[in-house]
Ligand binder design. Sequence first.
Ligand code: ACO
Length: 183
Amino acid sequence: MPFTPDNELDLLFPAALISDQVKSQLHNDVHIRPLASTDHRRGHLAVLSVLTVATDLGEAAWVAQFNAMRAAPQTYYSLVIVDKASDRIVGAGALFVERKFLRGLGSVGHIEDIAVDKQQQGKKLGIRIIDALTYISESAGCYKTILNCSDANIPFYIKCGYEKKENEMAKYAPVKSAQSPRL
Ligand code: ACO
């Protein structure tokens, strides 16, 4: 499939929110942009599956989720890195902007679901994704940007300029039968 430029896509958020500096640091064979409504066809779930279970419920269900996210403006910022030669997604990440009453009605950016295709890991795509999401978070006025990760990924996030703070707590909902693993 030939590379599809941003102006031919239906994007989740304005492409202008992607940092020019991050764009200039990427190799010419890849492109960073907001998630597009047709990205189910470009392997979005396959890339996310390096992170955890990414069950494919079909393109229509995926598009319904995309539309639900876009219906909450200035909240969901999912982005992707596309391999230009194949027009396939090789990296993905998301930022969720949470509005608060404290900190003078401040906002916090939550980074989620960072994944780089196994063949492309170690080529600085991950750090570019984090830089791009942090830039969006700070441009949106978030007073901090936070994320959860495994011990194994701490060195990666330190390279991205993050520091370890506090602890993560979780309580999973009861599972009736064999559903998704608890990751
Ligand atoms: N341990 C130590 N250093 C690391 C690690 C690691 N696990 N991963 C990356 N680094 C270092 C790299 O060596 C590089 O260092 P350098 O700048 O000195 O050369 C720097 O961090 C940047 O690495 P990238 O090449 O940008 O990393 P990559 O593109 O491989 O992406 C990622 C890292 C996202 C963790 C990728 O390996 C991946 O998709 N892993 C599987 C899924 C996953 O664990 N995702 C993160 C979950 S946490 C969350 O989503 C909030």
